[in-house]
Each structure stands twice: as C-alpha cells, then as structure tokens.
Ligand binder design. Structure first.
Ligand code: ATP
Ligand code: MG
Length: 740
C-alpha cells in the first residue's frame, strides 16, 4: 500500500503490526484515528476480506468518515466493512439473533424518554410514590447497574439506601415490562449480546470467526459491558487493536471506565504497544497549555507530546462582563479571525460545558448575521410530534410495544381518557395479555364508556388497516398516507400558530427523511428506518460542510478539530461544573474535558469568562475558572473588550425571554437582526451569479469575498467578508455589488 508513506515511522509500525493484540495510548492529535483508518486499509490491501473487519467508533459520523477515507485508500471493497458505534453494530447483531433471546426481530429500541415512561408506570403499579422517589434517579440507577452487568436479582444485595431498595423492585419489573413489550432499552443493546454469547457458545464462535479483526477507537470511553464484548469477540483470535487517550476520558458519568485500558494490558499481556508522540494538529503554544493543565491530574498515564508546528499565537482570554458581553466579544474575535486569517466560517467552533450556554451565544451570532450551526439541544427525533408519528410506526412494526401504544392511543385526541386507558391496561394485566390484544376485546372490558369503546374500535381498525398496507405500498407512500389519514398535519395547519406550523414542518421533514432513507437503501424496511432513528446521536447529523460557525458542547467535540476554537464560560461551577462542592475525581474529569476542548484547536484558542451570568434562573457572580491559572501564564494573553453598560438589565431580560428551538439547521439572521445602514441598500444588483467564494466589490466597502448566501429571489442575502471593513450582511437586491 503506497499511501502508508503518509504516516510517520511509529504510525507505520502500528499499522503493520496486523496480528495479535495492539494497544495505542497516545495524546491528542497524534494520529490515533488516522492510524486506525490506515490499519484497516492495510489489512484490506493484504487480502483480508473487508467484512471480516469490525471497527467500533464513538459516533456513527466518525464511522462514516472513516469508511469513506478507507474507500479512497483501497477502493470500493471497503464498503462491506462492519463499522459504527457499539450500540449500532450490536443492534444489528441482535436484530439477526433476537429469537435466541426470546425477542422477535422486530423489537423496538427504547430511548431514555421511553425508558423513563416505563419506570414511571412501573413505579405507579408497585405503589412507589413518584413524588417521594425521583423516577429519573431510579432510571439512572438501573442504567448504571446494567452497564456494570448487575442483574436485578443481584441488585438487592448491593443496596446501600432506601432508593436502592426501591430501585431493585422497579428494576425487576422494568425488565419484565420491556420483555413483554418486545423492546430493548439503550443499555440492553450492549448487555443482551453478552447474554446471547455467554448462553450460546456456537453462536459466539461464529461471530468470532466472522470478525477476525477488531478495532476500537476512543477506547478510554468504553464501559464495562463494552469491554466484556470486545474480549468475548476477540478473545479467540486476539486480533484486537485499541486506541485511546486516558487524558480524554470524559464519559465516566455514563459508566466509562479508564481502568479498561489497564485491564487490557492485563488480559492481553502479549499486546504490542506503540508510542505516537508527534502531534500534527496544534501549535506549540496550544499543546503546552494542554500539557501544563493535564499535569494537575494525579490520575493519568505519563505521555510525551511534541510538534513541529509553529509556536503560534498565545491563548487569548476574553474578560467579559456577562453572557451577552461574552457573546459579543466572541463575535468580534470571530470577525477579526475571519478577516485577518482568511478563514472560512466552518473553520471556527465555539465550545461550552452546558447546552443552556448556547442561547446567549446564538443571540450574539444572530445579531451579527454570522451563519451558525448548532449541534445538540432537543434532538429532532425527540420532539413530541415526531415521537408521536414514530410511535405509530413502531406499533405497526411491533404491536407488543406498550410504551408507544399507550403514547398514541389518544393522540390525536379521540376521546380515550386516562381512566379508560387504565381500565384497558388493567384488563390486559388481568388476562395476562398485551394491551394491543386487549384492544380487540373492548366488549369485555369493564367500565368503558360507549364513546371510549367506539374510539378504541376506530383506533384498532386504523392500525389494522395500515398493518395490511405495510407490505403493499412503498415505504414513503405508506408513511405519508398514514400521516394523512391521522389528520395531524391538517390539525396543525388549522391551528395556524407559529408553533403549530413549526411542528407541521417537522412532520414534513420526517416524511422527507423517510423518503430519503427509502431512496438510499436497496431494500428499505420500516424496521431499518426505525433502528437508524433510534441510534442517531446529536453529532451524527452535523454535516460540518455548511459554511457556518459551529456551536457544540465540549462532550460532542471529541475527536474533531478546528483551526480556531473558543471555549466559553471558563468559570468556577461551570467549567469545572459543579453545583456546590466538587470532589477530586469529578474535578479530574472536568479537567480532562477542558483538555479535550483545548486540543481541538489547531492554530488559535480563545477562552472566555463572564463576571455575572444567569444560572439556575438567578443572577450569579462568577469567579474565574481555576483552569485558567492551570494552563500556564506564559501561554496566555488577556484581552478585554469594550463594556456594554446596559447589558446586565436589558440584555439579561432579553436573554431570558428569547426562545430558541435549538434546531441543528443553519440559521441566518432575520432582517430585523441585521445591522444594516441605508447607504448600502440602495441600488439594484448587477447581473452576475453570486455564489460562495465569489470575489465582489462594493462601492463603500471595497473588495470582499462572499462567505455564505441565504434566502432566494428578492430577499436573497449574502454574508461578505470585506478586506477593510470586516463582515457585512447585504441584501443582494440593494447592495449593487460588482465582480471584484
Ligand atoms: P484525538 O486524540 O483528538 O482523537 P487523534 O490522535 O485521533 O486525535 P487524528 O485525528 O488521527 O489524531 O490526527 C490529528 C490530525 O493530524 C489530523 O488532521 C490528521 O490528519 C493529522 N495527522 C496525523 N498523522 C499525520 C501524519 N503522519 N502526517 C500528516 N498529518 C497527520
Ligand atoms: Mg481520534
């Protein structure tokens, strides 16, 4: 393979050590992911069939990117690689083998919201007060237990407090409910395969043979179940390659365990270890700042990281008054960066600790007219109206899915009230049958009003009709006609409020997503579509190709890189995050999280902090994060922007009232937000096509480059980076631009 020359000698060695266990624990930006990618390409070029290689990544997006990289290295044969997150790969395996576990292939995957619903219903059934015991906490404890492979029967023995005792009761019943609903929750996707393989040695052997080469990226963030799976699958041939960085372990709150790295050394004592010490991503300054910081962690493996990259500019600290000021200062810095370093907007990222922080930042960006894209917030597939339609699809695929069935039984409202629902569920329980089956026995259910009975019959007829249509219509025709017949779209249109129209649009978008899915898969099925939906994570839907500034949480930024990075909210309590006190292990994890943030930056890093900010609904005086002191004085410079006197009162109010729907779409400034002056809105546009990158000339502002376009027709606007005047938002119709 010629392209192996793109790697340095230690990277090459790591790529070529094809057989036996390999472990690469190395610092950020040292090419771990690159080595993994080339290693797969190398295996294929040595004749290993691509379908015998299984690569596990932290996001599905990372898997897509890796696959396309490998295809360019070794050609289309790489398409049959097995690649994805642990959850998505094992969901695929479970789908094939579900009958061994007493589930059917059409099982539903419950997200955290569905799981919470089941927990609440279970608690109510067991007579456990939802006021006294927080269902969220009980759900979290069940999830932790599952990830540590603790069964309901063993949970009782480990009880430490009354919440544990209640959790033990709920856990056992919760599992029964899931089974009855032919549903698996997110944790089950990792645990059930273990159960499957431990029960069935022949099957395990088949998969061990099937996946002769195993590769795991971001190994530091695997949890116990994931590690056990890796060992089970790779235990025989032992061709396991793990790469990771203990200093970037940031998911311990979800059960990730750095000890897996040490266990790997113990369980595979013959493993070859490779050192990757050259960083290719960042400047010397950024690397020094990261290194100085991480040395404050006692719990870490020693690593050397150096770079041939230039020294680069110091890390700039933005001292801000409040969050509005922070937004403005960041925007000004963004604009300076774009004009001086000639960067594209998608070269810039703003990272923060909590999703709530994005609001003030978005506000500032909207005012400046800079297009931005935000990763996270309420996920598309978690929106109520989307979840409703998805629940119909789920019930059609898996009628046993009780959580979904109860969600839609009275949506849209058809007169089946809570009491009627309770009666139906009670009847099903008494008869030891499913709620779905109970729908066909309305006449025998006591205490149902005639209206409720009629409605149940209508609902059941509806489901039956679409069950029969499922095989007859194409996937997109099927879903569209189901939504039409439900009448949801018509109702939303009639309601006519902005919110209702937003929902209408979302449902249309879902239908488009289904059509798109159908057109990109050779034999699309509803099951497959639902599975993809269940496994989509925030970062997966981020394109990164739009020309827009990217906003995301520090957690979501793992593995990515940007020329310029801002980390906002460098304040005690926010980063490190804590509400009263912080213990040392949490502090170390927060430090690692900040380390991840710093090491995303290639050329320039900005850190901002505010003196006052709204936190938990109150104005709070914030002190600078200890981490600012920990990155080394020699690596930083301070810069304070002009103060906005009124920001505390008016800005604060505005901030609280401003509503964001947190979509992932690129948003462009509304006309009212754009800081425009009449002079440059006067004449009409010369006839030529303006596209991204077009060099234009404006009468007042001179030469500039078009960074982005939005809208169409008379309302079309352009964001133009002028050489001398910075960024301006222009309505093309008025701007009178010429080719520059
Ligand atoms: P992280 O710890 O953040 O996940 P990583 O160790 O996985 O980082 P990569 O993302 O693989 O690092 O590489 C960082 C950057 O360095 C990428 O842009 C990659 O293309 C580049 N890079 C890695 N190795 C080389 C090399 N030998 N020559 C040139 N560029 C390289
Ligand atoms: Mg990586």
């Amino acid at each position: 393979m010629k392209s192996i020359a793109d790697l340095n000698p230690s990277q090459q060695e790591a790529v070529k050590a094809a057989n036996g266990p390999v472990m690469i624990v190395a610092g950020a930006g040292s090419g771990k992911t690159r080595v993994l990618t080339y290693r797969i390409a190398y295996l294929i070029s040595c004749g290993v069939p691509a379908h015998q290689i299984l690569a596990l990544t932290f996001t599905n997006k990372a898997a897509h990117e890796m696959r396309s990289r490998i295809v360019t290295l070794v050609g289309d044969s790489a398409q049959s690689l097995w690649m994805g997150t642990f959850h998505s790969v094992f969901a695929r395996i479970l789908r094939r083998e579900a009958d061994h576990l007493g589930f059917t292939k059409t099982f539903t995957i419950y997200d955290s919201d569905d799981s919470l619903g089941v927990v609440k219903k279970t608690m109510a059934r067991l007579g456990i007060s939802l006021q006294q015991f927080n269902p969220n906490m009980i759900r979290a404890r069940i999830s932790t237990a599952k990830n540590q492979l603790v069964l309901p029967s063993d949970y009782v023995a480990r009880s430490r407090d009354i919440v544990d005792e209640k959790t033990a009761l709920v856990y056992a019943e919760y599992q029964k409910s899931l089974r009855k609903s032919n549903a698996l929750d997110f944790d089950d996707l990792l645990i059930k395969p273990i159960e499957l393989f431990e029960k069935n040695a022949a099957l395990l052997e088949r998969y061990q043979y099937r996946f002769r080469f195993l590769l795991v990226d971001e190994f530091q963030d695997t949890n116990k179940a994931q590690y056990v799976m890796t060992k089970l699958l790779g235990g025989q041939h032992r061709n396991i390659c793990i790469v990771g960085d203990d200093a970037q372990s940031i998911y311990s709150f979800r059960g990730a365990d750095i000890r897996n790295i040490l266990d790997f050394e113990r369980d595979f004592p013959e493993c070859k270890q490779f050192r990757l010490e050259q960083n290719y991503r960042s400047t010397k300054t950024i690397l020094q700042a990261a290194d100085t910081l991480i040395r404050f962690n006692l719990n870490r493996l020693n690593k050397n990281l150096w770079t041939e990259n230039p020294q680069g500019a110091p890390v700039t600290i933005l001292d801000c008054h409040d969050e509005q000021d922070e937004g403005q200062q960041i925007v000004r810095a963004l604009q300076r960066e774009i004009s001086s370093a000639k960067l594209e907007l998608n070269d810039l990222a703003i990272l923060y600790r909590t999703n709530a922080q994005s609001r003030a930042l978005e506000d500032a960006l909207r005012r400046s007219g800079l297009p931005y894209t935000i990763v996270g917030g309420i996920r598309f597939y978690e929106r109520k109206e989307i979840k409703d339609v998805i629940s119909y699809l789920r019930v059609l695929v898996n009628p046993q899915d009780e959580e979904s069935l109860l969600r839609i039984i009275n949506v849209p409202s058809r007169g089946i009230g809570d009491t009627s629902i309770e009666n139906i569920v009670g009847y099903a329980l008494g008869k030891k049958t499913t709620v779905y089956a109970a729908l066909s026995e309305v006449e025998q259910i006591a205490n149902l009003t005639d209206r409720a009975k009629r409605s149940v019959v209508e609902f059941r007829t509806f489901l039956k009709k679409f069950n029969e249509l499922a095989g007859k219509l194409s996937l997109s025709e099927f879903s569209r006609s189901m939504v039409d017949e439900l009448g949801i779209l018509r109702m939303l249109k009639e309601e006519g409020t902005t919110e209702a129209l937003g929902r209408w649009e979302n449902i249309q978008e879902l239908l488009s997503a289904i059509s798109e899915f159908a057109s990109t898969h050779s034999e699309p099925t509803l099951e497959q579509f639902l599975e993809e939906v269940a496994l989509v994570a925030d970062i997966d839907s981020w394109e990164g190709t739009q020309n827009a500034v990217t906003l995301m949480t520090l957690h979501a930024s793992k593995g990515l890189e940007f020329p310029v990075v801002f980390v906002a909210g460098m304040e005690e309590g926010l980063l490190p995050f804590y509400s009263s006190t912080i213990d040392s292990s949490n502090l170390e994890e927060e430090r690692r999280l900040f380390y991840v943030g710093i090491t995303r930056a290639e050329r320039k890093l900005y850190l901002s902090h505010a003196k006052v900010r709204f936190r938990f609904g109150d104005l709070s005086y914030q002190s600078e994060s200890r981490f600012l002191l920990e990155i080394g004085k020699e690596n930083i410079e301070y810069q304070s922007g002009p103060r906005r006197i009124s920001s505390l009162t008016t800005g604060g109010e505005g901030h609280r009232q401003w509503k964001s729907s947190h979509t992932k779409k690129t948003r462009h400034a509304e006309p009212k937000d754009v800081d425009r002056t009449p002079e440059y809105e006067s004449e009409s546009q010369e006839q030529f096509e303006v596209t991204r990158g077009t060099i234009v000339r404006h009468e007042t502002f001179g030469r500039g480059k078009v960074l982005a376009l939005s809208g169409s027709g008379e309302g079309q606007k352009a964001v133009v980076q002028f050489d001398d005047y910075g960024i301006k938002n222009l309505v093309l119709r008025f701007a009178n631009l010429r080719l520059g």
